[in-house]
Design a protein around this ligand. Structure first.
Ligand code: DAH
Length: 363
């Protein structure tokens, strides 16, 4: 403020026509500030009077701001700061008056207790959350901890470190969305990026499940969507074998689908595991006889898995001669659709209360 004045004084002759008005303005601001400082409000009406007087559409703050029009261009910035500060002061004072006057015992704080209460409609967990929690809780009982990672990911963590170099044909299956400001950023296509982020931390052994949302450039239909959810698993230690992988997944299937469900592993290919497999369970809808859900095969595909590829371990500075590990990844929407009899994946993200409220009480 003082800078502003001394600046004016230096250029006195040129600014003479404005000076008186501006000096007056500064004095006004100062005295309104004092006035506000001393303002007390014992009830809501006084608070409202304060608001109208200082912050109303024809109030003091607006009027003073209107004066900015008459200020020479090279002084606008300096005076602008002062006026802005004045406005903030008024707003803060109003907030604090409001808060303290609310504490006063007025009739507003004494509701009529004889009135009937407002009905609280119970909410429900989203079916995707329900299924994700189910999956995660089974692995937690086996000693797996939970980790999460970013949905906007760089190329290295989503592809490169997972043994999917640029131009590798396996990238075709996971086309995604790119971030315009930085072509190196993608919306992650799978939760496998969290494997890399956790291994990079360099703390072994690792025994984790990693739930989260993933994205693919897919045409939206009843069966597929451009975003969905996965749960990834990772176990790295000395002497981890394929037998450990199978035993862990057997336990999962029995807990999830019951002890009579059969399991089969089919050899498959993922760049980040070697060997790789896909795991099917006998169709829990028809009991393996053949139905629409299992496309008359008697089997339903549940997840992809395998032994972590040595290149992936090396990419994360883990010695593949000392450590081995297994990994798996499964979708959440499909098992949720099967469990709750949902026939269209789009229902999950349409936010229709009629759909969501059917899960009240579901676990
Ligand atoms: N990331 C794979 C996908 O989205 C799923 C997957 C397969 C994850 C095998 C794994 C794994 O960790 O070992 O299709």
């Amino acid at each position: 403020m003082h800078d502003f004045r001394s600046g004016l004084q230096r250029r006195w002759p040129a600014l003479l026509p404005y000076l008186c008005r501006m000096e007056q303005l500064l004095q006004q601001i100062e005295s309104y500030r004092k006035e506000m400082e001393d303002y007390q409000a014992t009830d809501q009406a006084a608070v409202e009077n304060f608001r109208i007087k200082y912050l109303g559409t024809k109030g003091i703050v607006k009027t003073i701001m209107g004066e900015m029009r008459n200020v020479p261009a090279d002084k606008k910035k300096e005076l602008g700061l002062i006026v802005n500060d004045f406005k903030l002061f008024a707003e803060n004072k109003y907030e604090s008056l409001k808060a303290t006057s609310n504490e006063q015992p007025t009739s507003i704080n004494h509701p009529d207790l004889s009135l009937p209460g407002d009905l609280l409609t119970p909410g429900s967990r989203h079916p995707v959350t329900l299924m994700k929690n189910r999956i995660v809780s089974i692995f937690r009982r086996l000693g797996f901890a939970v980790a999460e990672g970013p949905e906007i990911e760089d190329d290295w963590h989503n592809f490169g470190a997972l043994n999917l170099p640029e131009h590798h044909p396996a990238r075709d299956m996971q086309d995604t969305f790119y971030v315009q400001q930085n072509p190196d950023w993608v919306l992650r296509t799978h939760t496998s990026n969290v494997q890399i982020r956790e291994m990079e931390k360099g703390k072994l052994p690792i025994r984790l499940v990693m739930p989260g949302r993933v994205y693919r450039n897919e045409t939206i239909s009843a069966r597929s969507h451009c975003f969905f959810h996965q749960v990834e698993g990772l176990y790295i230690d000395e002497n981890v074998s394929f037998a450990d992988l199978k035993q862990t997944l057997y336990f999962f299937v029995k807990e999830m689908y019951g002890k009579d469900v059969k399991v089969r592993f089919r050899p498959s290919y993922f760049p980040f595991t070697e060997p790789s497999a896909e795991m099917d369970v006998s169709c829990f809808i028809c009991g393996g006889v053949g139905c629409n859900i299992c496309k008359k095969t008697g089997w339903v595909e549940i997840l992809g898995c395998g032994m972590v590829h040595p290149n992936v371990l090396e990419n994360c500075n883990i010695d593949p001669n000392k450590y081995t590990g297994f990994a798996f990844g499964m979708g959440v929407e499909r098992p949720a659709m099967l469990k709750y009899g949902i026939n269209d994946i789009r229902l999950f993200s349409e936010n229709d209360v009629r759909f969501l409220k059917q899960f009240t009480g579901a676990i």
